[in-house]
Write a protein that binds this ligand. Structure first.
Ligand SMILES: Nc1ncnc2c1ncn2[C@@H]1O[C@H](COP(=O)(O)OP(=O)(O)OP(=O)(O)O)[C@@H](O)[C@H]1O
Ligand SMILES: [Mg+2]
Length: 215
């Protein structure tokens, strides 16, 4: 579904520091992946490349066999990807309802209610919500999307345990019932334990951690 072939990356301001070192990996649909790795290991960078927000220095990213550069990054972002990012990427002059409607045609009010955003909050400017509430709006927006790939960067970072567990359950459903390819970057052991496949990013390489017993 989503394949990295020999992907390398460094930031042009820091060319001596390889962030991703010839990574090849195929993410399948219907599977929930967790990506672990210490701070600075390149997790957000990797998601940015998968999302088409940036381009690898070397190597290719394919979706359903097509090079995303060939498809065009705008089309890739529009058709293939829904994003829940560390800084939320909410449009700050819009309300939660308006933000979720940007994600897709689904019932924005209903999705926000599901996420525990009450009626008054739904109509407020998103900047007048707490960090955790903003994060839930970002998740509702991703849920409104029909895109086959969900990329989430620390989606439960600002949330209490109950809300975090609900969101993990929703991500699992998206993978298992809606057959999406779900890739979640996390520091949370609970979240990683609920994933089907646990990957670890370390020294620019990606390692499948699922069977090693080490977490
Ligand atoms: N725009 C940038 N320019 C130069 N270096 C950057 C830039 N963004 C990130 N880096 C560096 O690249 C490395 C990887 O960053 P990245 O944000 O991908 O890490 P991460 O694994 O997501 O960390 P965290 O768990 O803290 O979110 C870090 O050393 C970071 O300092
Ligand atoms: Mg990060």
């Amino acid at each position: 579904m989503l394949e990295l072939k020999n992907v390398s990356y460094y930031y042009k301001s820091q060319m001596d520091k390889t962030i991703l070192d010839h990574i090849s990996y195929e993410f399948k649909k219907g599977v929930m992946y967790a990506i672990l790795g210490s701070s600075g290991s390149g997790k957000t960078t990797l998601l940015s490349l998968l999302a088409g927000l940036d381009v690898p220095i070397d190597g290719t990213i394919f979706v359903a066999g097509e090079d995303i550069l060939h498809k065009g990054l705008n089309a890739h972002r529009r058709d293939n990807i829904s994003l829940v990012f560390q800084n939320y990427n909410l449009i700050d002059y819009l309300t939660p309802v308006e933000n979720v409607r940007l994600g897709g045609k689904a019932d924005a009010e209903e999705l926000l209610a599901q996420m525990g955003i009450d009626e008054a909050q739904r109509k407020r400017n998103v900047m007048q919500l707490s960090g955790g509430q903003q994060q839930r709006v970002a998740i509702a927006r991703a849920l409104a999307s029909k895109a086959p790939i969900l990329l989430a960067d620390e989606p439960t970072g600002n949330l209490d345990e109950d809300t975090a567990n609900e969101i993990i359950a929703i991500f699992q459903k998206l993978a298992h019932e809606q057959k999406k390819c779900v890739v979640v970057v996390t520091h949370s052991r609970e979240l990683a334990e609920q994933a089907d496949v646990v990957l670890r990013l370390k020294k620019g390489k990606i390692a499948d951690n699922t069977d090693s017993g080490e977490k």
